[in-house]
Write a protein that binds this ligand. Structure first.
Ligand SMILES: [Zn+2]
Length: 184
């Protein structure tokens, strides 16, 4: 058995670029290797753990807002409890193409329960990578791991689309978060 290298932790006093507080940063080696070169660690500024946690919490909040707080599981449960009907309005979320904005499109149900899997067929949106048939989870049948998914209708997003061109809106996660926050 190879001898395991001894791990160590180094510390360095830094100023947080987030809150301006002084803090002691630390970096530990794993199997004798540091995640960063020591000379890149020993710098005067960094991010304190509180600011790091706040940034992580914000990232999670933004990701949840982007998905309008739906997951594949909750979408499936929603459609099982409230089976879609022909002509019903739903929302497509397309996270492909754009760097910072996502597309929300207003679509209509063409076939609410197609085939034994009760797929939902919609009309009104497609890009090069998706078909118009979706599983009950909202995943695209043509590209289930793709970046186009079907979500239940959302009044705030739906209103915004209808006030615009009636087809789609492009929003950053930050914009979605503030829109959802304005809900009564
Ligand atoms: Zn800080």
């Amino acid at each position: 058995m190879a001898e395991r290298k001894k791990d160590s932790t180094i510390t360095w006093d830094k100023k947080c670029t987030g809150c301006g507080k002084k803090f002691t940063d630390s970096m530990s080696s794993l199997m004798g290797r540091f995640p960063w070169p020591v000379r890149l660690f020993k710098v005067s500024t960094g991010t304190c753990s509180e600011c790091e946690q706040a940034a992580e919490a914000l990232r999670e909040k933004l990701a949840a807002a982007r998905d309008l707080h739906w997951t594949f599981e909750t979408v499936k449960a929603h459609f099982e409890k409230n089976p879609p009907v022909e002509g019903q309005e739903l929302i497509i979320l397309d996270t492909s193409w754009q760097l910072f904005t996502n597309t929300y499109a207003l679509v209509k149900v063409v076939a609410p329960a197609s085939g034994p899997q009760k797929r939902i067929v919609i009309d009104g949106y497609s890009n090069a990578y998706n078909g118009q048939s979706f599983y009950r989870t909202g995943q695209n049948c043509f590209s289930p791991k793709g970046q186009v998914r079907l979500l239940p209708y959302h009044p705030v997003i739906g209103d915004l689309i209808k006030e615009g061109d009636g087809r789609e809106v492009k929003l950053t996660p930050e914009e979605v978060l503030s829109l959802l926050k304005s809900l009564p």
